[in-house]
Design a binder for this molecule. Sequence first.
Ligand code: 5AD
Ligand code: FES
Length: 348
Amino acid sequence: MSRIQGILSQLYNENYIPKYDMIYLLENLDEGSREQLFDCARKIRSKYYENKVFMRGLIEFSNICSRNCIYCGIRAANENVDRYRLSKDEILSCCKEGYELGYRTFVLQSGEDRWYTASKVADLVSSIKELFPDVAVTLSLGERSYEEYKLWYEAGADRYLLRHETASRNLYEKLHPDGDFDNRRQCLYNLREIGYQVGAGFMVGLPGQSHYDLVEDLYFLKELKPHMIGIGPFIPANSTPLAKEKAGRVEDVLVMLALTRLMIPESLLPATTAMGTLDPRGREKALMAGANVVMPNLSPIATKSKYQLYDNKICTGDESAHCRMCIEKRINSTGMKVDMGRGDSLIA
Ligand code: 5AD
Ligand code: FES
């Protein structure tokens, strides 16, 4: 058995390999061993979640952001963004449309927009829960205090997504001029302590990112054990400091997805919109590499095109109902099946 074969079988059987083996794997994967890796990831995914793909409806309720992450299209300093905020009624009507399309979980995402005070968000969450008692509510509005997170949890929020972006301190600090690496991680631990199902995640192919940095992501996640892990390629965004950089590669994201599936087998892994943006079959490929969630957009058609974290984002001209059907066809083409339930993680 070659060293690669040995490493893959250890990863498959034990869901763990030492860091030096992980580095070896990343440096030495060829086409054949990559397919084997995806095959292992699919088997593990099926063992825990069968062939189900969980659907979450994404509502991007504000593109106003006070931060300046240098990769992000809606960073505060970008003046070429048409800024918007959805009102409570507009958000509730997106939920209603989503509910009628069969969604039983909504993800409310925005920039870091303090206009939505802790009490406004709590009120929104409790209204959604009152109107749709059988849905899971996920929030994704960035870094807030322990008390704010707790208030929203008590108002009924079930889950919180906050990608760690990169587990390498050095790279994190370069990308986030106004960020605090330790605080971001602390937020993730706070969310988990409060009782949320937590989503972390990272980008692949960031300028300056090495295999060593990506290995840090995997071992950080192994320790944090989040319920969900969002992994996508970096894609340059117009009018940002990284506008002229090269995008990440779909193949590299697939490898990281498969490795994540093997290291944290019970996690929920979305096939991200960024994957679909770089490759027309990017989301299907992600599903074939171990992913099992998709998050179609439920934002109003008038604002879909304004939430551009990166260039050429797909589906921005499509009705929510259209995406619902489109994505189902794509899922079926991989041999997997749509699951419209709440899609809770198996991680305790
Ligand atoms: N390319 C890819 N992903 C991006 N995100 C933000 N900007 C970009 C970009 N230019 C991701 C971040 C963030 C998530 C909502 O979108 O990881 O957490
Ligand atoms: Fe939106 Fe295919 S998922 S058009």
